[in-house]
Ligand binder design. Structure first.
Ligand code: PBG
Length: 331
């Protein structure tokens, strides 16, 4: 119930900063942030990603330094993505379940250096490992085959858990993979390894810079519309989420972020699970482009977008701005 003017003047509580702080409904803290990091081969290597200004790929030693930085800033989790050397990519993406691959080396190094001061979230999908850049195995026509892919994803997930991953995050959009991965984790001694499912992941034009960062962009022929969701669909996202929860997801993700706030909101209203958003590479790059072009202020733009995710119902957000934002929030 709202009264009428002048008994009610909504501007009263907006008059001063202290009052705005008092009436603020949503807060953003470093604990809401997950920082995606790109791993590359070598030692002492930092490779800036041209389409993601301010973001670099780091060799394992640099990744460990970033993880320590994240922990000291109060960021609870880093998310790892490998740029697999070209010669290790193959049609079947077998490098994904190599116990000594880049991903596993990075996980082990972080866990050795930081222990449980920080969580490590790992991406399950084959695109950083395949010579064709698709997230799964393909048949002669180039179609990504579901069940055969799930079998490989299970091996990939167990491989990451064996290396010390805390949260397995399947981003592949195959049907049935959450159940298969959950069962394999249970049977392989990882009952407390979580699954954060990319439950509603859309076939989006906002992923371009990420594909540059993991080196799959130039390899990819065609698109991912035969497995990632149609941006026109919302009811279907609720079915995806329902299935993933039933299959054993501890939390679910909506991706990309800002263009899908309605999905986040509907998922949160319908289900009692933690919901996360991925503010993806294209979203990050657009903010950086706005700053560079003098169109907007980076810090203000980022904070406004991140609070939108919290307002819509998110428990947290994956963002390439995580460290920068944590520094802002920490003053
Ligand atoms: C693929 C994957 C993608 C992203 C995360 N995992 C891209 C894709 O589906 O092609 C995108 C993240 C981003 O754009 O920041 N498994």
């Amino acid at each position: 119930m709202t009264g009428s003017y002048p008994n009610t003047r909504l501007r009263r509580t907006r008059r001063h900063g202290w009052s705005r702080a008092l009436h603020r409904e949503t807060v953003l803290t470093p604990a809401d942030l997950i920082w995606p990091l790109f791993v590359t081969a070598g030692e002492g290597v930092e490779e800036p990603v041209a389409t993601l200004p301010g973001v670099s790929r780091w060799s394992v030693d640099g990744i460990v330094a970033r993880a320590k930085e994240a922990a000291s800033l109060g960021i609870p989790v880093v998310a790892l993505f490998p740029n697999t050397p070209r010669e290790l990519r193959s049609d079947d993406g077998a490098e994904a379940h190599n116990p000594d691959n880049l991903m596993c080396r990075a996980i082990r190094a972080i866990k050795d250096a930081c222990g449980n001061d920080i969580g490590v979230l790992t991406d399950v999908a084959l695109d950083p490992y395949t010579s064709h850049g698709q997230d799964g195995l393909i048949d002669e026509s180039g179609y990504v085959v579901n069940d055969e892919t799930v079998a490989v994803l299970v091996d990939q997930a167990v491989n990451q858990a064996n290396a010390g991953a805390d949260i397995i995050a399947p981003s592949d959009m195959m049907d049935g993979r959450i159940h298969a991965i959950r069962m394999a984790l249970e049977m392989n001694g990882h009952p407390n390894v979580q699954i954060m499912s990319y439950a509603a992941k859309y076939a989006s034009a906002f992923y371009g810079p990420f594909r540059d960062a993991v080196g799959s962009g130039g390899l990819l022929k065609g698109d991912k519309k035969a497995y990632q969701m149609d941006p026109a669909n919302a009811d279907e996202a609720l079915r995806e989420v329902a299935l993933d929860i039933a299959e054993g997801a501890d939390s679910v993700m909506v991706k990309p972020g800002l263009a899908y706030l309605d999905i986040i909101y509907r998922v949160k209203q319908r289900f009692d699970v933690p919901v996360f958003a991925y503010q993806v590479s294209g979203e990050y790059a657009m903010i950086e482009a706005a700053q560079a072009a003098g169109i907007g202020d980076r810090d203000a733009l980022v904070l406004e977008k991140l609070i939108a995710f919290k307002r819509a119902g998110c428990s947290g957000v994956l963002t390439y701005h995580a460290a920068h934002v944590a520094r802002l929030l920490n003053g």
